[in-house]
Design a protein around this ligand. Structure first.
Ligand SMILES: Nc1ncnc2c1ncn2[C@@H]1O[C@H](COP(=O)(O)OP(=O)(O)OP(=O)(O)O)[C@@H](O)[C@H]1O
Length: 635
């Protein structure tokens, strides 16, 4: 299992996945502030996505930040000029007369300026959101790619771990969900500059009012921070249910499940399950939203009160003659905007802190390190393999499993031999193959290849030397040719090699009967797709193993859907084509198994017997018993 492991104290607290437990409740204030430390790496990633776009949207925001105060100040000048004109007693009958007399020049110029500022601000706003959108999308794409790359490196065991699946689910959401964080963060910078510009303007008139405003807004800020944290922990705690919800929804409406859903009439059951889960989620969210709305109203009311106290004070000073009418509009406007801005900033700050908590999910996913990796001074995999593999007292237990899937297993897989594995369901055959391909590492004992521990070899080389087709092989909804080509991805364009692989696995007849041959899209998922029978899919999957020039070939029961003759032929060919190769085959059909040079009989994770078909029959143990059972079925 990859680390960080809950038992070992991992990196700084908030990114520690062990913290997950703590999230059943609300994250503490400290955790919330700690989460802010995710912002610098977040910003670095945005910068790395596109330095030019980042600079442009930030630069334009700075310019736009100064426009509100400029607009308000021009507004004040307009009113003062109008009041001056009225007070000066200039009498004008028509607009044309006043215009020609030049009395309205200043007023007109000011109006034009304010118009220019309004248009400019709007234009800047649009350019900024355009830039943000581009940057966000680029960022989302880059993060998604990083997520896929990282996921590709993780161990198989990690994928089977529900905790990791939850974390992956949350991380995946964050690649899209955090787009707004970027705009918000940049918006905060812009608003801060605007606030400073207003504050400087106001400082000249009534400095202590600014303090009053700030104090009045604190309750709203605290409330917002509190509810953001609650929202996050709700979201966090509900990850498993949300995945279940997603799963049920998919089961209810997908090509893969449609057949069974219809036959078993499962749709009502699925819908009921979905409703039940969705309803619980909805209720929890609604309760939170209600409390948030209620408290938000009360706390925002305090902020409004502060604003009106300040407004009253300015009105009083104007009546007293300290301020002009223009000053009154400027001050009242400034205060209103300042209040909105400060409120926005404080709330925004707590939202940013809240969103930064979500970044933990993304970053903590990136922190998971695969355990199965090449060592620093990895040895090259021998080519050709000289002696083969040795299992030396190997034991393996799946994480959290009570029973050992394999225990005390010792045997040799000699270079060049064809070995068959038999045993009842759950005996450990697939697990053995997974260990051979280093999809897992043994918990006990070791596996040697030409006398060296498998863990000392270069992992990529090792995997490239082994061609495995599992019983639950993947049906790629790609073309028939691509379905084979994925077996050796760098030879995907080598049509001849693909056709040769198809001939070997007898998939060529299947493919040639398709309307578009190797270019035929297969699977039902896409419009042009043609579906195949189970056995036809298997032949194509087996061709994948022949695509690679692997030294070790493993067929883990991918022939179950083949008819008896086809399986016999596939294995016959497999044996012939594995002449100079080491091969392992798993099958429940004794007609195929007996072709092997040697047969291992596994039972409950242990090696029970080994030998040739004849030897094992002569021994009269489980093998003979199972063989007889099958043979009797055909008599
Ligand atoms: N991913 C897994 N996580 C936990 N336990 C597993 C996992 N895969 C297999 N097991 C358990 O390990 C044991 C061995 O399983 P394995 O798949 O190796 O058996 P097998 O011999 O290949 O069986 P079959 O003939 O049914 O394919 C079984 O008890 C099974 O329940």
């Amino acid at each position: 299992m990859s680390r960080p492991d809950p038992a070992t104290p991992a990196p700084p607290a908030p990114s520690d996945p062990a913290r997950a437990a703590g999230h059943a409740g609300k994250p503490s204030l400290r955790e919330r502030f700690d989460a802010l430390r995710n912002l610098p790496p977040f910003l670095r990633q945005i910068w790395a996505t596109s330095p030019a776009l980042t600079l442009i949207t930030l630069g334009l925001r700075l310019v736009r930040a100064l426009l509100p105060i400029a607009t308000l100040y021009v507004g004040k000048l307009i009113i003062d000029e109008a009041v001056r004109l009225v007070a000066s007693g200039v009498h004008v009958d028509s607009l044309a007369q006043a215009w020609h007399g030049g009395q309205l020049d200043t007023l007109a110029a000011l109006l034009l300026l304010e118009f220019g500022l309004a248009v400019g601000s709007d234009l800047l706003g649009r350019v900024i959101s355009y830039g943000d959108q581009l940057l966000s999308e680029l960022f989302t794409n880059a993060t998604s790619v990083r997520l896929m790359e990282h996921a590709a490196n993780l161990d198989l065991e990690d994928f089977e771990d529900p905790d990791l699946q939850d974390r992956l689910d949350r991380a995946r959401r964050q690649t899209v969900g955090r787009m707004s964080l970027m705009s918000q963060l940049f918006g905060q910078v812009q608003d801060t500059v605007t606030v400073i510009s207003f504050a400087v303007g106001l400082l000249v008139y009534a400095p202590w009012l600014i303090a009053l405003l700030a104090v009045a807004l604190i309750p709203a800020f605290v409330g917002e921070a509190h509810f953001n944290a609650l929202g996050y922990s709700l979201n966090y705690a509900w990850t498993p249910e949300r995945r279940q919800l997603e799963y049920v929804r998919q089961m209810g409406a997908s090509v893969e499940t449609a057949k069974e859903v219809k036959i078993f009439n499962l749709h009502r059951f699925l819908i009921a399950r979905y409703r039940q889960l969705a309803d619980k989620f909805f209720k929890a969210n609604r309760a939170l939203a209600r409390r948030r709305a209620l408290w938000g109203t009360v706390l925002a009311g305090l902020g409004t009160l502060g604003y009106y106290v300040a407004y009253g004070y300015i009105a009083w000073r104007t009546v007293k003659g300290d301020f002009s009418i223009g000053d009154l509009t400027f001050l009242a406007g400034s205060f209103r905007r300042l209040r909105q801005l400060l409120e926005g900033l404080l709330v925004g700050f707590s939202q940013v802190a809240g969103q930064a908590l979500y970044l933990d999910d993304l970053f903590s996913f990136f922190q998971i390190e695969p355990e199965i990796a090449s060592p620093a001074d990895a040895a090259a995999v021998p080519k050709p393999i000289r002696t083969g593999f040795v299992f030396d007292n190997v034991g393996f237990r799946y994480p959290d499993a009570e029973h050992w899937a394999l225990r005390g297993l010792s045997f040799e897989l000699r270079a060049g031999e064809v070995l068959a594995l038999v045993g009842e369901n759950g005996a450990g055959k697939t697990t053995l193959v997974k260990l051979l391909a280093r999809l897992y590492d043994p918990d006990e004992g070791r596996i040697l290849l030409d006398g060296r521990d498998l863990r000392e070899y270069d992992l990529d080389q090792l995997r490239a030397s082994i061609g495995v087709i599992f019983q639950d092989f993947v049906r790629y909804h790609l073309t028939a040719g691509e379905n084979i080509g994925v077996g050796q991805i760098d030879a995907m364009d080598d049509g001849e090699r693909i056709r040769e692989a198809a001939r070997r696995s007898m998939a060529d007849e299947v493919i040639e009967s398709l309307p578009m041959g190797y270019d035929q899209q297969i699977g039902r998922r896409f419009k042009t797709g043609v579906d195949l029978s189970g056995g036809q899919w298997q032949k194509i999957a087996i061709a994948r193993a022949y695509m690679r020039d692997a030294q070790v070939m493993i067929l883990d029961e991918p022939t179950a859907a083949l008819d008896a003759r086809a399986e016999f032929e596939v294995f016959q060919r497999f044996k012939e084509l594995s002449q100079d190769k080491t091969a392992v085959l798993i099958s429940h059909r004794f007609s195929s198994v007996r072709m092997a040079d040697r047969i291992l009989v596994l039972a409950q994770g242990r090696l029970e017997a080994s030998g040739t078909h004849e030897e094992l029959l002569a021994q009269g143990g489980r093998y003979a018993e199972l063989f007889e059972l099958q043979a009797a079925g055909y008599r």
